[in-house]
Design a protein around this ligand. Sequence first.
Ligand code: ZN
Ligand code: ZN
Length: 352
Amino acid sequence: MPRTVAAYAAFDKTSPLGPHTITRRDPGPTDVQIDIRYCGVCHSDLHTARSEWPGTVYPCVPGHEILGTVTAVGDAVRKFRVGDTAAVGCLVDSCRECDSCRSGLEQYCDNFGFVMTYNSPDAHLPGQMTYGGYSAGVTVTEDFVLKVDDSLDPAAAAPLLCAGITTYSPLRHWGAGPGKKVGIVGLGGLGHMGVKFSHALGAHTVLFTTSAGKVADGHRLGADEVVISRDADAMAKHGRSFDLIVNTVAASHDLDPFINLLERDGTMVLVGAPEHAHPSPSVMGMIFGRRSIAGSLIGGLPETQEMLDFCAAKGIVCDIELIRMDQVNEAYERMLKSDVKYRFVIDMSSLR
Ligand SMILES: [Zn+2]
Ligand SMILES: [Zn+2]
């Protein structure tokens, strides 16, 4: 019999989230059942809960930065045992047959067959959507469950599953490391992890922020330099010097000032998903310098595990504010004002 667990759900696009009860499948042979201890609060949760992106089905239980303890495993499960610390990110399944899936890049599934952790049709419980981490427990197929080293603070590790991998993946793909100059645009949930990872990978790391109040924090998190991006003179000093810029800003903004900072063959990677499009960038700015603008979406399962192992080796976690489940609506409002350093994480013991 499928079990019922406590959760917090959005019931329509305008009301606050509130208590709800959901059904979780019993673990099948390849499934891992997890008691959720912590769940990070991602901006995608808010976008989905409020129907700011198309397709939200209500009630909707957000949350894709999930960390917990394994409470049951199927007969065929090999990687996990009861009592292990385990994590689940943005995906809980994919087609597993296409070239992308077979390459461990499930987030780019050629068949659009990836199953999001919440608000995707649930193949196991027909007629219902997948429900995310704002809940007491979740059951996920082993191949989409990650291992987290117990040396990491579990609450602060939870946001690695989205904010962490979203910045780690482009830094790795475009070769951030010693001898490279890397810019991170924006110091929020994503940006603060971008700064930590770029620094830990050995790149010369420059944070771009619009807020003079974030300069000291930028340095504390590992930036070698912090540039106020509204200061044209300060920006000009870095002209044509960056190998890579990871732009985490989700609000529509002018990309040209950053393109002009790329050296020949440099790339700016966009990882923030704006509700309204960015102004079209200058083609001349890209032609003169063979520069590129690219995008990047979270990371596949192998790279997400690599990122978690890297964090364990380097002692990297997120800077978080721990909240109770019933504070999530207030947290959404504060997130909209960028009033969080740098990620809210829900202590799921407050739900039980
Ligand atoms: Zn997210
Ligand atoms: Zn696929």
